[in-house]
Design a protein around this ligand. Structure first.
Ligand SMILES: [Zn+2]
Length: 147
């Protein structure tokens, strides 16, 4: 890790521990040149997981895509950065095995958004579930109204 103070890439790790329910590892580091102490976070990104898309093609799981989709859905809503990060962490933690269907990931994301913000949920669901008719869209709205 490059020291944020002097830029030299030579440090030792003083302490490592799991944070955010095991979704990340926090490391306390000390620069060997200037003794400056800093903290880094290592996130479990599960890029070894293969995502199976609708058309049957596969691609490595990409945490950034989930991040982008959730942030897009939450745009201008009062959802904090902290909440967004926890949602992403739970989605990543919810992936089981080393192969997952893209629809299953979308379901995990919808579950998280549903619990946090109705508008964000509807935004996401309307894109990913691709509501084919008004009735489908209305039933999603009704489901929310019943909460
Ligand atoms: Zn330094």
């Amino acid at each position: 890790m490059k020291c944020p103070k002097c830029g030299i890439d030579d440090d030792k790790v003083l302490d490592s521990r799991a944070v955010r329910e095991g979704a990340a590892i926090r490391r306390r580091r000390e620069c060997s040149a200037c003794m400056h102490r800093f903290t880094t976070y290592e996130e479990i990104d599960r890029d070894e997981v293969q995502v199976v898309k609708h058309n049957g093609s596969r691609e490595p799981f990409d945490r950034q895509k989930i991040d982008k989709a959730i942030r897009q859905a939450c745009g201008k809503r009062s959802v904090s950065d902290e909440q967004i990060r926890s949602m992403i962490d739970r989605v990543v933690a919810g992936i089981e095995g080393d192969e997952v269907e893209s629809a299953a990931i979308a379901e995990l994301v919808m579950k998280e958004l549903h619990a946090v913000d109705d508008v964000a949920y509807i935004r996401f669901a309307s894109v990913y579930r691709k509501f084919t008719d008004v009735a489908q869209f209305l039933s999603a709205i009704t489901e929310i109204a019943r909460k």
